[in-house]
Structures are given as C-alpha cells and as structure tokens.
Design a protein around this ligand. Structure first.
Ligand code: AMP
Length: 129
C-alpha cells in the first residue's frame, strides 16, 4: 500500500469518531463510562443501531486485539452487554458487528462495535460465499 505496511495501522486523529470523542462534533449519546462511549448511528439500519467505541485510539479490531490492555478489551465488551440490556435488547435478542478493514467494509478507522436490535434481523450476511 502507499506509504508502506508500517503505516497501515497508523491512527488518523481526524476520523469522525475521534472528533466525537474530543467533543468537536455532537453525537446522540446512549452510554458512557471511563473506557467507552456509545451513541446512535446517524444512518440506522435497525430500530436500535448503536455504535460502541473505546475512548482510546485503535483503528480496528486488528489494532485493538494486538495492542489494547486486557482491562480495555474487557471494558468494551462488558459495556456492549450493558448497553444492550439498558436498551431493552437482552430479552428479544440483538446482533453485534465490527467491520474490519477492506473486506469487512470498514468506513471509519476507529474501532466501533455496531449493536443492532428491535426487529428480526434476518440473514447474517447479505450475500453468500
Ligand atoms: P463501518 O465503518 O462500515 O462499520 O460503519 C461506520 C458507521 O458509522 C456507519 O454505520 C455510519 O452510519 C456511522 N457514522 C458515520 N458518521 C457518524 C456520526 N457522525 N455519528 C454517528 N454515526 C456515524
């Protein structure tokens, strides 16, 4: 890739979720703790569509699972479960998703966990293998 492989993981501080975390642009917040911020997706694809992001700067699952502390990883996934319960999804069910890299279709280069719920969500992927 342009710039070489050492730059693949470089964090872009101008990404939209970094701007939200800095308070430079608004979000519709649904949850916050010391490690995690969660807000409604601006283009919801389900009645509930929330994005949970770590407050620390990680580009993706690839970066996060290599470089985040156990405490940070734990905090994010504990928060995702708590958010789902807070939003009333625990009983009806929900889906989480982390698009990662090019094949994953990741658009915003700050790790985010999508939380979908509020309707029967249908097939796991839109197309087969
Ligand atoms: P992806 O990187 O493909 O997992 O998806 C990025 C998601 O971020 C999309 O669902 C967008 O609708 C959402 N998004 C982009 N900008 C904002 C924003 N300012 N506030 C909330 N959600 C956003």
């Amino acid at each position: 890739p342009p710039g070489g492989w050492e730059n693949v993981m470089a964090y872009d501080s101008d990404n939209v979720f970094a701007q939200i975390l800095r308070g430079e642009i608004p979000c519709d917040r649904v949850y916050e703790d010391d490690h995690v911020l969660a807000f409604n997706d601006i283009h919801p694809q389900a009645p509930t569509h929330v994005l949970a992001v770590p407050k620390e700067a990680y580009t993706s699952m690839e970066d996060f699972t290599q470089n985040a502390s156990d405490a940070t990883i734990s905090a994010l996934f504990r928060a995702v479960g708590q958010i789902a319960r807070d939003l009333g999804l625990a009983e009806t069910g929900y889906r989480i998703l982390a698009n990662t890299g090019d094949d994953g279709g990741q658009e915003v280069p700050h790790l985010h966990i999508h939380i979908f719920g509020g309707r029967l969500l249908g097939p796991m992927l839109s197309k087969g293998a």
